[in-house]
Design a protein around this ligand. Structure first.
Ligand code: GRF
Length: 218
């Protein structure tokens, strides 16, 4: 079976990239990473890609006069590499509507909240300020609006009373590292169909209910 060719866009640490690299290392995983692009030459994720023997490219957004120029360079590199799907993994640039249209339904992103709650930056701080009992992460198809688009996979994570943003982020990040490879596998297996604003996944849904605080204590 031909593996789905994936380009991953990063800006920093690259722990989600690492989760995808690790998943793709399994011989039966239906996707492979053909190129990692960073807009930041110092991104730790570039070292992760090098260590895995994956081609990398730095495309610095600051060397372009406008966002269209930057996105055109991204597009050219991804096409040259034969990418069929783009995974955003901590990529801190907004893509232009034109680019999102060129790659319609072929760009996915991971965000550290249960969308549509807490779009944008500092989602953990805002989840704590709102006093939510559950937060989590979302893998979704990218639309032109930030952190918007059909949801493929979500993972719910409890918020603990003594959490600060750092502790909560670490708990959510562990869930991200499971959710992103799962979403990629579902897409690569052809089990995700986008119908308007909703993604339909072919396969059984989860059964468990997660209640926080738990109701078994008293
Ligand atoms: C993750 O929390 C991801 O959800 C968000 O940016 C962070 C990137 O972390 N979009 P990493 O670079 O994958 O470690």
């Amino acid at each position: 079976m031909a593996r789905l060719k994936v380009g991953v866009l990063i800006s920093g640490r690259g722990s989600n990239l690492q989760a995808l690299i690790d998943a793709c290392a399994a011989p039966d995983f239906p996707a492979e990473i053909v190129l990692v692009i960073s807009n930041n030459a110092d991104a730790q994720g570039l070292e992760r890609a090098h260590a895995a023997g994956i081609a990398t490219k730095v495309i610095d957004h600051r060397s372009f006069a406008n966002r269209e120029g930057f996105d055109t360079a991204l597009d050219a590199a991804l096409r040259r590499a034969g990418a069929e799907l783009i995974c955003l993994a901590g990529f801190m640039r907004l893509l232009t509507p034109g680019f999102v249209e060129w790659w319609h339904d072929r760009i996915i992103n991971i965000h550290p909240s249960l969308l549509p709650s807490f779009k944008g930056l500092h989602s953990h701080e805002r989840a704590l300020a709102a006093g939510v009992r559950l937060t989590g992460c979302t893998v979704h198809v990218v639309r032109a609006a930030m952190d918007d688009g059909p949801i493929i996979v979500q993972a719910a994570v409890p918020v603990h009373p003594d959490d600060d943003a750092e502790r909560l982020a670490a708990r959510v990040l562990a869930a991200e590292h499971r959710a992103y490879p799962l979403a990629l596998r579902l897409i690569a297996e052809g089990r995700v169909t986008v119908e308007g604003d909703v993604a339909v996944v072919d396969g059984p849904p989860a059964e468990a209910v997660l209640i926080n605080p738990p109701d078994g204590g008293t």
